[in-house]
Design a protein around this ligand. Structure first.
Ligand code: B12
Length: 136
């Protein structure tokens, strides 16, 4: 039988052993800006966070929970997963040929257009996520 003291030492050693995965409780900050390039209404910027290697959908869900001013919906595509359908009540439309484009501006770097959607993109800390209502 291990004494409680021995047990804590054993647990500590286990945590410190290289290669043994441990949970990272840190939340990494990202910002989200909502833009509209169709009618050029004013941008709105929000702050949220993702867990270690968490997906953008997680960050958007956290933001929706923490901030009543931000809302979004998505549909589930059978092949590509979540498709961002609406932001703050404004939905993309097949008839109007509009959609919510996903862009990313990493800290100190050029803006790029990810080749995956909100369910696959993994933000880096301090990314600026641009949700842009656009035409196609
Ligand atoms: C046309 C197209 C679009 C159009 C679809 C509008 C329409 N009604 O036609 C628009 C411009 C909206 C679009 C947007 C995006 N797209 Co797109 N799109 C395509 C494309 C060129 C053809 C799809 C198609 O018509 N297939 C034929 C029809 C019959 O099949 P379908 O299953 O009904 O097609 C639907 C899905 O493909 C869906 N769709 C289209 N793009 C995306 C992206 C995601 C993430 C999801 C979940 C669904 C989805 O819309 C189609 C019509 O309803 C494909 C590449 C290809 N050659 O296949 C890329 C493709 C599917 N798109 C892609 C991406 C990344 C995006 C964006 C995330 C780009 C961005 N950074 O903004 C956005 C989606 C953002 C969001 N709101 O979630 C990737 C998906 C890869 C992945 N594993 O996630 C592809 C494969 C291109 C690539 N880069 O390799 N797209």
């Amino acid at each position: 039988m291990m004494t409680p003291a021995l047990l804590s030492v054993a647990l500590l050693l286990l945590l410190l052993l290289p290669g043994v995965p441990s949970a990272d409780p840190t939340l990494y900050p990202i910002r989200v800006v909502v833009e509209n390039s169709v009618n050029n209404s004013p941008n709105k910027t929000y702050s949220t966070s993702v867990v270690y290697r968490g997906i953008l959908l997680g960050g958007l869900t956290r933001l929706q929970k923490s901030n009543k001013g931000f809302r979004f919906t998505y549909t589930q595509d059978p092949n590509y997963g979540p498709f961002l359908q609406s932001v703050n009540g404004l939905a993309g439309s097949q008839q109007k040929r509009t959609y919510w484009e996903l862009l990313v501006k990493p800290a100190n770097n050029q803006t790029f257009r990810p080749d995956v959607g909100i369910g696959c993109y993994i933000p880096n800390p301090n990314d600026l996520i641009i949700l842009n209502y656009a035409k196609y």
